[in-house]
Write a protein that binds this ligand. Sequence first.
Ligand code: PLP
Length: 294
Amino acid sequence: MVSRYALIIDPATPDDPRTDFTSTFSEVDATAPALSVGELSTQRGDGIFESVGVIDGHAQEVQAHLDRLAHSAEICDLPAPNLEQWRAATVLAAAHCGPGESVIKLILSRGVDHGPAPTAWITANPAPDFAGVRVRGVRVVTLDRGYDSAVPARAPWLLLGAKTLSYAVNMAAIREAKRRGADDAIFVSTDGIVFEAPTASLIVRINDVYVTPAPTGGILQGTTQLSAFSWMQAQGLTTEYRDVLTDELHRADAAWLVSSVRLAAPITEIDGTTIPLDAEFTARLNEYLLSPRD
Ligand code: PLP
């Protein structure tokens, strides 16, 4: 596979009538510097992104990622992205991914102070090998997010429903989880409501119902969770969006962290309590997630 690929995108407006956006893409050496030192994405983390899983050159769930990119842009007061332009860039990047698993990143930054703005680029890289963790699972600890579940509505400037580039807090949470002897974290509100993991959505099975925290503004709407729910529904399984209480986590019959590149990682332990691992179901879920999905 071509291991690294990057395109700088000259962002088009949503009403741009072009159907061919090739002239707006400039391929750059992905290993060489390409951004201005004035970039607000690097200075302030001021921008948004998407990580799209690619299997054997097929970019998964592109529409769901584009929809979330547009949603994040709206929350962050960034210019609305031209989704057909981003789709074309994603298809081009996917064509540079060979067999196996890769990851494409779509990045839209506020740009450079005094312009040009915004800045947009896309990269393709080989994905880390998550085959083991999909079988072995992860141990997680719950971590206090430091605010209550009403904050997203009360303080929209915290940009909680947007996938912003500011992931320093998320990465710090994973380091804290490791310090506590776990592999990953689940954020919970100060009033005991479960949010999400720093880089994944949570699905728990309680009494044969597959439950995920409702994406009511405080968490991201996970594209993998959406896709997993449609697969479950097609098999007659019951799915539900609702508030999940921290106490309920420890009583789950099974639980998974789901995300675009790692896919479904079964949770084997939450705060030291063993969670049953349904190996057969997890294998079928990951088999589905590894199949081409649109
Ligand atoms: N929640 C957060 C905070 C994430 O960073 C991610 C993925 O990166 C997810 C949820 C899962 O989203 P997706 O399934 O679209 O990868």
